[in-house]
Design a protein around this ligand. Sequence first.
Ligand SMILES: CCCCCCCC(=O)SCCNC(=O)CCNC(=O)[C@H](O)C(C)(C)COP(=O)(O)OP(=O)(O)OC[C@H]1O[C@@H](n2cnc3c(N)ncnc32)[C@H](O)[C@@H]1OP(=O)(O)O
Length: 216
Amino acid sequence: MKVGTHPTAATHAHGTVLTSAPQDAPVDRATAAARRVVDAMLRTDRGNANLDRVAEELNSIADHLEEHAPEVAERLIDMWNGEGVTRHDPVTGPENAIAPPLVLEGLEDGSVRGTVTLTMPYQGPPGCVHGGVSALILDHVLGVANAWGGKSGMTAKLETNYHRPTPLFEPLVITGRLVSVDGRKIRTVGSITTADGQLCVSVEGLFIDKTVPRPR
Ligand SMILES: CCCCCCCC(=O)SCCNC(=O)CCNC(=O)[C@H](O)C(C)(C)COP(=O)(O)OP(=O)(O)OC[C@H]1O[C@@H](n2cnc3c(N)ncnc32)[C@H](O)[C@@H]1OP(=O)(O)O
């Protein structure tokens, strides 16, 4: 993908993958391991796992990473270079340990769609997805839907309706679709359903055509 361009339903085929595929690169492998650690921390038997050793080893890893961290401004420029756009966001980014990460496809009907199974780190009510996590995922998915629809903007409003608790540990279908453009106003809808089609969350978003310049 070239800088400043994004595949759209008008230019790309049904099924175009709109997110960065995880690669067999050290950064992707390290991030996947960090994601595994976050999940395992919540699952482990706190009485029996040696958490003193875990803390020491994890702090040593963090020390190593921080020793090699450039200035934030420099790192931001690097992040927003080239195809970097979708590698580090908190929903789809393979380089971001807090991203599930969700893979999204663009469909010929103008919508985007992906399937994800969320686990303990995303819990709100017992055994269910945190409402803020659902909103995070849908905000991002609507942003990608806008790009696929050919008109991007910043979220001004995200009206979120929680119809039933969203289950952890089972596949969830996430969708988004740009429905209208009126001057600078972009209206977009999205949803989270279970694999058998039960509607858990629906959103209506208002986006305003505006771009924050890339760091340089
Ligand atoms: C591919 C990767 C996808 C990633 C997607 C990620 C999505 C995000 O997370 S974006 C980050 C979250 N959003 C933000 O931080 C936005 C913060 N807000 C802003 O920057 C500004 O308020 C912004 C851009 C929304 C609007 O500001 P501005 O450009 O000055 O427009 P402004 O003149 O105020 O409003 C334009 C129109 O929109 C309307 N409008 C603006 N905000 C709202 C709102 N919250 N509710 C209703 N209408 C609104 C205004 O009333 C105005 O309407 P009209 O033209 O009819 O008078």
